[in-house]
Design a protein around this ligand. Structure first.
Ligand SMILES: N[C@@H](CCC(=O)N[C@@H](CS)C(=O)NCC(=O)O)C(=O)O
Length: 325
C-alpha cells in the first residue's frame, strides 16, 4: 500500500533539504542556484624553470577521472614531455574525499599534505593537476588553464607547438568559450540547484557544441588548420559525454553523432599518438558515479557504451599535420 500523501510530502521536503546541504559539499552556488566553481591554489604562471630539460626535476600529478588533469596530461603526451617531466597518477580516496599517492611522494601519503608542505592555506582544496618541482620541493602551479600554457612552452624537441602563431587569437577565443560553457558548463548542468540554473547551463553547453560543429565542418581543428590548445581543452569533456556527463549531469539533449563534424573530430583526436593512453573510461565511471553521492545516492555504476563504439578504428587523416603515429 502506498504511504499517505502527507507523509510523502514531508519525506520529500526533508530529502530536498538534505539534498541541498549535500550539494553544498560539492561546491558553492549563487542565489539563483548556479554552480560557482571555487578558486584554486597556485594559480599564477611561474617562469619556465631553468632545470626544465633535466630528467626527474619535475613531476606532473594527475588523476584519471579529472577532466582538468586530463588536459595537462594530453599536452604532456602530445608534446612527448616524458623525458623531462615524470607523470604520477593519484587515486581517489572516496571515504576521505581526497587524492592519495599509490606510494609516499615527497614524504606525503596524500595530495593535501603535499599542498600544505608547498605553502597552501589549510582551507584550500588540493586539486589535480599539479606540477611539482623536486628541487624546490613544492608545487609550482595547479591551475590547469595556466599549466597547459606552461607545458606548451616547455622545451620539447619533437613536440608540436599547440599555440601556433597564426591561430593564437582563435585559440584564445575558443579556450575562453569552452572553459565557461563546456568544461565548466557540464558541471554547471550537473551541480545546478534549480531548473532555471540547469536550463541556462544546458543551453550554453549545446550552443557552444553546435558552434564547434559548424566550425569543424570547414576546418580540421577548432582554431584552424593546426591542432591547438583549443582542441586539447575540448577533448576531456567530450570524451566523457556519453560515459558520464549525459547520464549523470543531464547533458543529454543530443547524442553526439547528431553533430557529425564534432563526432568525427573526437575520433581523430583520440587517435593522435599518445591520447588513447590518457583515457580510462572504467575509472571515469567508477569515480563519478561512485563519488558524487548527492547526484547518485545508490552508488551503482551503470554500464556505458564501450569506448571503441565512440572513437571507432583509426580514421583516415584529413591532411592533418599531427595525425600520424
Ligand atoms: N581550477 C582547477 C580545478 C581542478 C579540479 O577541480 N580538480 C578536481 C578533480 S576534477 C579535484 O582535484 N578536486 C579535489 C578537491 O576539490 O578536493 C584546474 O582547472 O586546475
Amino acid at each position: 500500500m502506498a504511504p499517505p500523501a502527507p507523509l510523502v510530502r514531508t519525506a520529500r521536503a526533508i530529502w530536498h533539504w538534505q539534498w541541498c546541504q549535500l550539494m553544498g559539499g560539492l561546491g558553492p552556488a549563487d542565489a539563483a542556484g548556479n554552480y560557482q566553481r571555487p578558486a584554486g591554489a597556485f594559480t599564477s604562471l611561474p617562469p619556465l624553470p631553468s632545470e626544465a630539460a633535466s630528467a626527474d626535476g619535475h613531476v606532473l600529478i594527475v588523476g584519471r577521472s579529472c577532466p582538468w588533469a586530463h588536459r595537462a596530461w594530453l599536452v604532456w603526451a602530445l608534446r612527448r614531455l616524458d623525458a623531462s617531466i615524470t607523470l604520477v597518477v593519484v587515486d581517489p580516496d572516496p571515504a576521505e574525499g581526497r587524492w592519495r599517492f599509490a606510494e609516499p611522494f615527497g614524504g606525503c601519503a596524500n595530495l593535501i599534505e603535499l599542498y600544505q608542505r608547498s605553502g597552501a592555506d589549510s582551507g584550500q582544496r588540493a586539486t589535480v593537476p599539479a606540477l611539482y618541482s623536486r628541487r624546490q620541493e613544492r608545487i609550482l602551479v595547479s591551475e590547469s588553464a595556466r599549466l597547459i600554457e606552461l607545458l606548451n612552452r616547455w622545451p620539447a624537441p619533437d613536440g608540436p607547438d599547440l599555440e601556433p602563431g597564426a591561430q593564437q587569437e582563435a585559440t584564445l577565443r575558443w579556450r575562453e568559450l569552452l572553459q565557461s560553457d563546456v568544461n565548466d558548463g557540464v558541471y554547471r548542468c550537473g551541480f545546478a540547484r534549480t531548473q532555471a540554473a540547469y536550463d541556462r547551463a544546458e543551453a550554453a553547453l549545446f550552443g557552444a557544441l553546435a558552434e564547434a560543429d559548424r566550425v569543424l565542418q570547414e576546418s580540421p581543428w577548432l582554431a584552424g588548420a593546426e591542432l591547438s590548445l583549443a582542441d586539447v581543452v575540448l577533448f576531456p569533456t567530450l570524451i566523457r559525454l556519453e560515459l558520464v556527463y549525459a547520464p549523470l549531469f543531464g547533458c543529454s539533449r543530443l547524442p553526439l553523432w547528431q553533430l557529425p563534424a564534432l563526432w568525427e573530430w573526437r575520433q581523430r583526436f583520440f587517435h593522435l599518438p599518445g591520447v588513447a593512453a590518457t583515457c580510462w573510461p572504467e575509472a571515469w565511471r567508477r569515480d563519478y558515479f561512485g563519488a558524487l553521492f548527492p547526484l547518485h545516492p545508490s552508488g551503482i555504476i551503470p554500464a556505458g557504451p564501450p569506448l571503441a563504439t565512440l572513437v571507432g578504428s583509426r580514421p583516415a587523416p584529413r591532411g592533418l599535420q599531427h595525425d600520424h603515429d
